[in-house]
Design a protein around this ligand. Structure first.
Ligand code: PTJ
Length: 252
């Protein structure tokens, strides 16, 4: 039991969710490593949603609302950390939800779909025979996607993604929105819009941004035209540099 007064309460709670998901067999063991890497970058950015992330969140909301066929891709870590937010976002846009796993097994697919249904999802794509289409140029199990979902989507939200698939989806002409704490990752660089933030903070803010933008859709094209992903990534790196310099100077 982690006491709520613990200075790292939130982070420790999230770690527990991932460990629990691994114990229950729907988080991949590699997901534990991914979480650790994420925690490290979260430390560096200051464990708060920074202005560059908020700008990307607003652009992501605009892209999702402008889409004809938006799809939210869900893996084991996202199912453990933010299943309710995924469902809320899918309803707000509205968007389809698809289970898409790097380390795909039938058992994990089913468990993740079940968790999403328990959180209110009506339909979950990408389970069993539904993952019948193939993303070209990919060799991992992640190449299998739903023909009604990611395969035909124009905008795909991929929280915690691997670089190869992001690149492959871009080559298919799709707009890819990534949520990745590591601004240096190939995913972050290959995505059309990269939210450098923790999925647990970014997803609720994305739901809020979608709800706000829905009230005045006239801003959507303007937000998309103004958005520059390289500038957002550069800002994330400079934020880390400045923050570390400040902390170091306070130690001297
Ligand atoms: O469930 P599966 O089989 O699809 O597998 C999922 C993982 C995450 C294991 C798989 O996609 C993988 O191996 O991913 P990587 O290559 O380790 O990349 C994960 C990225 O997510 C890294 O850049 C981490 O910094 C980042 N990350 C980890 N936790 C979070 C995060 N980004 C945002 N929020 C987090 N909580």
């Amino acid at each position: 039991m982690i006491p709520p007064t613990h200075p790292r309460y939130r982070s420790l709670l999230e770690r527990e969710k991932i460990v629990e998901g691994a114990r229950e067999g729907y988080v991949a063991l590699q997901g534990l490593i991914a979480q650790g890497r994420g925690e490290c970058f979260d430390y560096l950015i200051g464990e708060e949603t920074q202005p560059f992330a908020q700008r990307a969140i607003e652009a992501a909301a605009a892209a999702l609302l402008a889409a004809r066929r938006p799809v939210i891709s869900v893996n084991g870590n996202v199912a453990a950390l933010a299943p309710g937010d995924v469902v809320r976002l899918a309803k707000a846009v509205p968007a389809l939800i698809e289970v898409n796993l790097f380390y795909r097994t039938r058992e994990r697919e089913k468990k993740i779909a079940e968790i999403l249904r328990r959180h209110g999802a009506e339909e979950v794509l990408g389970v069993g025979e539904d993952a019948a289409c193939t993303i070209p140029e990919l060799f991992s199990e992640r190449r299998r996607v739903s023909c009604r979902g990611i395969y035909t989507a124009d905008v795909v939200l991929v929280p915690l993604e691997d670089g190869d698939r992001t690149e492959a989806l871009r080559k298919m002409g799709k707009t890819v929105i990534a949520i990745d704490l590591n601004p240096l990752s190939r995913t972050a660089r290959a995505a059309s819009i990269t939210i450098v933030d923790n999925v647990t903070r970014a997803l609720p803010r994305l739901v809020e941004a979608v709800e706000n933008l829905k009230k005045d859709r006239s801003q959507i094209q303007d937000i998309l035209a103004r958005y520059n992903n390289s500038a957002v990534l550069a800002e994330a790196l400079l934020h880390i540099k400045t923050r570390l310099e400040k902390i170091a100077s306070e130690m001297l």
